[in-house]
Each structure stands twice: as structure tokens, then as C-alpha cells.
Design a binder for this molecule. Structure first.
Ligand code: PRX
Length: 664
């Protein structure tokens, strides 16, 4: 059998596409080579913290803090837990008796919403701004801590009237608006688990997640604004709910006065629901180990994983990291450009800033509307102190040109952050020079939905290297190992693992503890397997190279190859699909699909369009398909598993590695 993926004779323009492919491979190879040299050069230059930054830093002696925490991480996290208000403190810090189901702060009682709101009111800072909001069209809103506290309480009482109780699941399918924060906090106050689903997901993806969690309530909106258009969220939600028996009521936020279908028995307007509610509400006394929320993320199968975080530990991890990584002192305006539907939004738009009592900025819309300086305009307008964003956005902004950030006064900026995918040295330097004006340190934070909080990241007082996530956060022990779990030498690539436990670690996968054990703890017993590949340089700095499994990172969004493949197979023309990620200068990666067509179908441009629509319908706009190729064969193992690694190597013209398992 020939080993190559044979371009199909059904492909209309074989010669042209072969040329194009060769050109692309050449480009990718050059990009790769450049990247490697860049990384090597960056590994040498060290950016030291300025005197100004050191003067303000919460952690002044970085090395000493790392060393002390490493000696006794449990003690470090116990100290950190003192920043939280507990109704009852713990009998034991960490329970390892049922590995890998670790437990933190055993016997302690607390509440997430209480820590994010009530305690600030009690401390007399209720007048401080909690949320600043702006949307693409220029509408604005503002909530003080006291106002937010009252809104949350009203919604707590309303949800209780709808029958929501501790432990129930509530699905939230909302854009980046204050009601998202209010809904999440209201669930937390009751002790119900929210399951926020990114509002860019399709009806099918939303339905899958609602069904898995058996949510009894869905909170959505009439619509949301995106790139000048209204996204009709309610009709997407309606389609999803049709497939979900568990949903009894749908709460609808009026966000843009859209006309929507309304099922009078099932649907209720948010504003009607909260109208006459009391502004005081009872706080559930949660056990530290009670589940706080479920958040679905993509894995290596088509079924997303419902990651569960626990109340006490999640709070401790998120508060300590936001305070130290972004050097918070209580009065900052913090802008995290993620969406609340991802873990970054949970931890660093909503919970982290509110736990820390600072001001969080929410922006509903795209960063380049009406002009490419929208993001810089917002920073100037609200005097943002900390900007926490993603490499894909940084690269897109760099492409628009240096003149756009230069138009705005951004003196308020003190610290910059990045998350979601590798920030290449070139983009790092652009961010440092043109946004931070060479005075704002960049916190490139490596972490995951499963870790709940930053894991490998600098602190403002730490030395930096462009393109490196530097070193583990104090109290975290990470390393690079080979496939047998043996530590590898400096400079050698391998699997990124975490050797100890941390408070905000995922507790399990909803309704699937076996999958939790198998995915993260079985292959290398004793370690948490992150699924990423990385290397450590001679100074102990970590360099993330990407996912080592079948998970893609498209513009920082996590998506499983299996999910995309099963979306393609929904179309009657497709018998088999193999999907890989290929490098993209802005999005990091885009999807390339190799499809085998059923007899009688021809690989036309028309069919490509239809297939793109099928995937979009199944998954939503998160799945950016860069290219589709129609092929006659896919490289497979004897057991019939598609070898995506081989597909990728062939596409990029790289060595195929061990192909002994390959049969076709
Ligand atoms: O591959 C890593 C990449 O994002 C993955 C986690 O994705 P998700 O659970 O969606 O959470 C994203 C936000 C925390 C990781 O396995 N990743 C995250 N941060 C970085 C990163 N890759 C490189 N550098 C980062 N700073």
C-alpha cells in the first residue's frame, strides 16, 4: 500500500492545488525554521523588572518566594487560603487518601458569591465599581459592588422561585454582558452549578452540553451584537431546548430589543422575573469540596468533558494567582478580553477580579469595530491598568499596524497578560513595545480549564524571556518528561506534567470519573498529564510548543479533532474524515480536513461550501476551517484509527516519525 495521502482524482484542479500545496509546505517550513531561531535568540535575552514595578510588587523577592513555596506547597496554599472568608475553617489542608480524587480544605465552609460580593459590602467598599460594561454599538453600563450585590440577590430569589436548589445545574448561554456575571453569582450563592456555554456555539453543541449536565433552567438573551450584526441567540437556544427534556424554564435577558418567539409556558423575561424581588438573599453554606460549577471543554473524543471545580479550592487558587500575577492592590481596572464562556472568563473576568474587590471590564463585541483601534480606545477611556488578552488578538492588532495603539494615551496600563496559546517571540515583542511602551511586564500565563488558575507564569517581579511562560507559579511543581514519565534534559521536548496538587485543580468530569482518571492520571501515574508538549531551557524557563494530543487550538479556542470529524460525517457525502491543525499567522492554527467521499459524490466547490455549513451548524463559528481536501485514503493504524500525526507531518513536509503502526 502506498503511504501517501493520495489527492483524489475527484479534486478538480489537481495541478494547481499540488503547486499551492508545495508552496504552503515551503512557507510552513520557513516559518518553523524562523520560529526555532527566534526562540533560541529569545531564550538568551532577559527582561528584568523595572524599579517602578518592583516598588509596587506584591511579591518583591521572586526567587525567595519560589523557594519557600517549593519547600512546603501545602503550607503555601494554606497561607493563601487566609485571603478568603470562611464560615468555618478546615480540619485538614489536603486529603490524598483517594488518589487522584484529591480534596482541599477538608471540613471548611464558605460561599463563592459571598466572597465576591457580600464581604466587600461588609468591609465598606460597596461604592466601588465592580463591573464596567460597553458593547460594540457604544452602549455602557456600570455596577458598584452594592448594586451588583442587590441584582444578584434579586436573581437568587427569582431562581429559587423557579425551583433552583443547591446542586442543580443551570445552563447559561449569554453574551459578554453583566447578566452573565449576575447569573453565575446567583447560582453560586444558591449553591447551584452553572454551566456556561460560549454564545458562539451552535444549537447542537449547546444541546449536547445541556443534556450532559441535565440542566433544568436555561438562561439566554434575545440576541447579541457581533461585528455590526445581531446574533439571534434566542432562536438558537429554542432549537437546542427542543432536544433537551431536562429544561423546564428558559429565562430571557432583553439585550437588544429583538423580536423573539416566546413560549409563554416555558419562557420568562429576566426583567419580569426580578421585578419585585427582595434585594437580600440567603447564602448557602457550601462545603469546601462541594462542586462550584461545571464547564465543558473539548477532549480527544467527540463528547466534551464537563470539568468540575470545587468551591473552596477554586477560590483560593484564583484569588492568589490574580493578586500576584497582576499585582493587585484593590483599586485596579482590569480588562480580560476573553468570554465568560471559557475558563479564562470564569476565573479572570468574573470570579478573580470580584474576589479581589477590583473593577472588571466587560466588552461585548469584536476588538476592531468600528475601527482597528477599538481596543486601545477602551483602554484610554476607562484607564485600564491591566490588559489580559490572547495571542491571536495581539497578532491581529499587530497586523493592523503600530499607528493604531500609538493614537491613544495608554499610560494607565501597568501590566499586560496573555493566555490560550503560545505567544510567539515576535508577537511578544510587539505587545511589549507598542502596547506596553517597554514599561509593562508581560505575564504569559499557561494554564487550562482543568487547572482553574494560572500554573506556569511569571510574576511582575520576575525576569522575562520573549515567548516563554517562564516558571511555575509558587506552590506548583511542573516538569517535562518522556512517554515513560522520566524527566528529560534541558532543551529537550517532552510532555508537560504537574507533580504536586493545587487547590483549584479539577475534581472530576461530570458523571464520568473514569474518564477523569484515564485522561489525566493513568498514562503517567502520580503526575497530572496536561496533554501539552513543551521544553525547559537551561535557566529552567518553560517554552510551550502546543498540544501533544488530538486537541486543536483555533484562535485560542479549544476544539477536539474528533468533534470536527464527527461534524463532517453528518453530511451524507462524507464517509470518513481526518482533521488536523495547520499553522496560521494570526489564529495560531486553523483546521484542515481530509475527507473521503461516498461513491457518487464529487468534490466540488459547491460541496465544500455545503460541508463548511454543516460543520458550522454542528459546532458554531469556533471551528474555523482553513481548507478541505478530498482524498481516496487516510493513513490508519491496524485497528482503523486515523493517524492524524502522519497526516500533519505530510501536510507540513515534516518527518513522519514512527510509522510502524501504519497500514494504509
Ligand atoms: O495548549 C495549552 C493552551 O491552552 C490549553 C488549555 O486550553 P483551555 O482549557 O481552553 O484553556 C485556555 C485558557 C486557560 C493548554 O493545554 N495554552 C493555554 N495558555 C497557554 C497555552 N499555550 C501556550 N501558552 C500559554 N500561555
Amino acid at each position: 500500500m502506498p503511504k501517501k495521502t493520495i489527492p483524489s482524482t475527484r479534486d478538480k484542479k489537481p495541478l494547481k492545488s499540488a503547486k499551492k500545496k508545495a508552496l504552503k509546505i515551503q512557507k510552513a517550513k520557513t516559518a518553523n525554521a524562523r520560529e526555532t531561531t527566534e526562540v533560541l535568540l529569545s531564550a538568551q535575552k532577559i527582561y528584568k523588572p523595572s524599579r517602578e514595578i518592583l516598588k509596587n510588587a506584591n511579591v518583591k523577592d521572586y526567587e525567595k518566594t519560589l523557594k519557600t513555596a517549593a519547600k512546603n506547597p501545602e503550607k503555601f496554599w494554606e497561607e493563601a487560603a487566609k485571603d478568603i472568608t470562611w464560615f468555618k475553617t478546615w480540619d485538614k489542608v489536603l486529603d490524598k487518601s483517594n488518589k487522584p480524587f484529591y480534596k482541599w480544605f477538608i471540613g471548611a465552609k464558605t460561599n463563592l458569591a459571598y466572597n465576591a460580593l457580600d464581604r466587600h459590602i461588609e468591609a465598606g467598599i460597596g461604592g466601588r465599581t465592580a463591573i464596567l460594561w460597553e458593547d460594540e454599538t457604544g452602549r455602557t453600563r456600570k455596577y458598584t459592588y452594592l448594586e451588583l450585590f442587590k441584582e444578584v440577590n434579586k436573581f437568587v430569589n427569582a431562581l429559587k422561585n423557579l425551583g433552583v436548589k443547591k446542586g442543580n445545574r443551570v445552563a447559561i448561554y449569554l453574551p459578554n454582558i453583566p447578566e452573565t456575571a449576575i447569573s453565575m453569582l446567583a447560582c453560586a450563592k444558591i449553591g447551584a452549578m452553572h454551566s456556561v456555554v460560549y454564545a458562539g456555539y451552535s444549537a447542537m453543541a449547546l444541546a449536547d452540553r445541556i443534556r450532559d449536565a441535565s440542566a433544568k433552567i436555561l438562561i439566554t438573551a434575545d440576541g447579541s451584537f457581533r461585528r455590526g450584526k445581531i446574533v439571534d441567540l434566542k432562536s438558537i437556544a429554542d432549537k437546542a431546548v427542543k432536544e433537551c427534556k431536562s429544561v423546564k424554564r428558559v429565562v430571557v435577558v432583553k439585550n437588544n430589543n429583538q423580536k423573539v418567539e416566546f413560549d409563554k409556558k416555558r419562557d420568562v423575561w429576566y426583567h419580569d422575573l426580578i421585578k419585585n424581588q427582595r434585594t437580600e438573599a440567603k447564602t448557602a453554606k457550601m462545603d469546601s469540596e462541594d462542586p462550584a460549577f461545571v464547564l465543558y471543554t473539548s477532549g480527544t473524543t467527540a463528547k466534551p468533558k464537563g470539568i468540575i471545580h470545587a468551591v473552596g479550592g477554586y477560590m483560593v487558587g484564583v484569588l492568589r494567582t490574580i493578586k500576584w500575577v497582576f499585582d493587585l492592590h484593590g483599586k485596579e481596572v482590569f480588562w480580560c478580553t476573553a468570554d465568560p464562556g471559557w475558563i479564562t472568563g470564569h476565573s479572570y473576568i468574573i470570579y478573580g477580579p470580584l474576589l479581589a474587590g477590583i473593577t472588571t471590564l466587560m466588552y461585548e463585541g469584536v476588538p476592531d469595530m468600528p475601527k482597528p483601534d477599538r481596543i486601545w480606545r477602551i483602554i484610554e477611556k476607562y484607564k485600564v491598568n491591566i490588559l489580559y488578552t490572547a495571542p491571536t488578538l495581539i497578532r491581529a492588532m499587530a497586523k493592523y499596524g503600530n499607528e493604531w495603539p500609538a493614537k491613544h494615551k495608554m499610560k494607565s496600563l501597568r501590566i499586560l497578560g496573555s493566555v490560550g496559546e503560545p505567544l510567539n517571540p515576535e508577537a511578544w515583542r510587539w505587545y511589549y513595545e507598542f502596547v506596553g511602551k517597554n514599561r509593562c511586564p508581560i505575564m504569559d500565563t499557561w494554564w487550562q480549564t482543568e487547572t482553574g488558575m494560572h500554573m506556569i507564569t511569571p510574576l511582575p517581579s520576575a525576569p522575562l524571556k520573549a515567548g516563554s511562560v517562564t516558571k511555575p507559579f509558587p506552590g506548583i511543581i511542573a516538569d517535562i518528561v518522556d512517554k515513560d514519565g522520566k524527566k528529560v534534559k534541558a532543551g529537550k521536548g517532552g510532555y508537560l506534567v504537574i507533580l504536586n496538587q493545587w487547590p483549584s485543580m479539577a475534581r472530576t468530569i461530570f458523571n464520568n470519573p473514569d474518564r477523569y482518571v484515564k485522561t489525566y492520571w493513568q498514562e503517567m501515574p502520580g503526575f497530572y498529564a496536561s496533554g501539552d508538549i513543551a521544553f525547559k531551557d537551561k535557566d529552567g524557563f518553560f517554552w510551550i510548543q502546543g498540544r501533544g494530543d488530538d486537541v486543536l487550538k483555533i484562535a485560542g479556542h479549544r476544539i477536539g479533532t474528533a468533534e470536527v470529524e464527527s461534524a463532517f460525517i453528518r453530511h451524507k457525502a462524507v464517509v470518513e474524515a481526518g482533521v488536523i491543525g495547520v499553522p496560521d499567522p494570526v489564529k495560531g492554527e486553523v483546521i484542515k480536513a481530509f475527507l473521503i467521499l461516498r461513491r457518487g459524490f464529487t468534490g466540488s466547490d459547491e460541496l465544500k461550501k455545503e460541508l463548511l455549513l454543516t460543520v458550522r451548524r454542528a459546532l458554531g463559528p469556533v471551528a474555523v476551517i482553513g481548507d478541505i481536501a478530498f482524498v481516496d485514503q487516510l493513513p490508519k493504524t491496524r485497528s482503523g484509527k486515523i493517524m492524524r500525526r502522519v497526516l500533519k507531518a505530510r501536510e507540513l513536509g515534516l518527518p513522519e516519525g514512527d510509522t510502524s503502526a501504519l497500514v494504509s
